[in-house]
Design a protein around this ligand. Sequence first.
Ligand code: FES
Length: 436
Amino acid sequence: MSVRRLAAESVQPTTFAFTAESIGWVNEQIAKYPAGRQASAVIPLLWKAQEQNQYWLPKAAIEHVADMLNMPYMRVLEVATFYTMFNLEPVGKYFIQLCGTTPCRLRGAGDIISVCESRIGEQRHVSADGNFSWLEVECLGACCNAPMVQINNDYYEDLTPENFNALLDDLAAGKPVKVGPQNGRNASEPEGDVKTLIDPKLFDGSVIDSWKATFEERKRKADEAKAAAVAAAKAAEDAKASEPAKPAEQAKDAAPARPVPSDGKSGATQDTPAATGTAGQAAANAGQPAPSASKDEAVAPAADPAKEEAAKAEERIIAAKLASLPKTASATEKADAVGSKPAGLAAPRAGKADDLKRIGGIGKVNEGKLNLLGVFHFDQIAGWSLEEIRWVGTYLAFPGRIDREDWVGQAKTLASGSDTAFSKRVDQGSVPSSKA
Ligand code: FES
């Protein structure tokens, strides 16, 4: 890449202005951009200035464009010196940009450079007759026709010293010249005898047809898969819709899943530990359907089969974890073996605990136990993690039940200030085991 500086002062014109022919076009370019964004027109304006000034940009033109666009001179100078399309010094009537990049070099660009040097002189030097100047540039994107040059706005390709010399002769003489390949070939078609295997299908459209068929087949399969997925989703929805509806009361606040006393009487309280049994008993019950509740237990049963299945799975997991503990392990040791103890409070916030008995499944006994663990508020239970649920469930000797009765879900509702159907019954005093 060449160093790009302004031309010597000696060749710089003192003034520059767009001609009457140019100014209309210039104003059109500026008007393309919104108010305050006129600087975006800097490249078109510099290009027009160069075109008007025998294809080079004097300092006066750069400053004139800056003034028109209300830009600092330095900003416009930066643009002009950055882009090699702007010539910063006088060029010949025919300005030759000669590609010296590898493909052109390998195909004889060195010989073309020699022609330029012998006929014109050094780069950036205008020939004595004013007709030519030349500059070595990087790849101009016509490598398949290497070596090549750009003269003013046109490409001349497939050059040899002979045809290039002839080209310059014709230009100097003002004769018409042929743009493009100078060796007779059309564009970049194969040169001379074909030296590569060329599949006729490349030219008869069958390759395109073949790809088209492939894309169509892919689309057809994708459409089929999509339709199948939609049909499956609809079938699942239909099946769900055909299931009998569950009463809201049953879904939210139905009786708890725990064993009924052997006498079948209704004396069990909401959280009777004896009725629930030890952790070992619960583990032994794992996989069994939840027993029905006695009439005043008012604790939510697992009406949802998925929830019931999840609760059973929890029971199995906890039973497996407890299996290796000695039978003499304490409640805390068992709880520590299966989960993490939730953080507790030293005392109820503002000295007033929530009535945890408003959660279906928590009666006076378990409320007392939870309070001893530092659990006083609905939002504490609402925030329990799986590990904490396991710990509390095992500590209270009913693993799986917290999930089955959805203590966390009930606690979230109550913590938000809303009621559950069960909490309403407690508030009405119709749940004996929940009375203080
Ligand atoms: S290398 Fe010369 S045009 Fe690309």
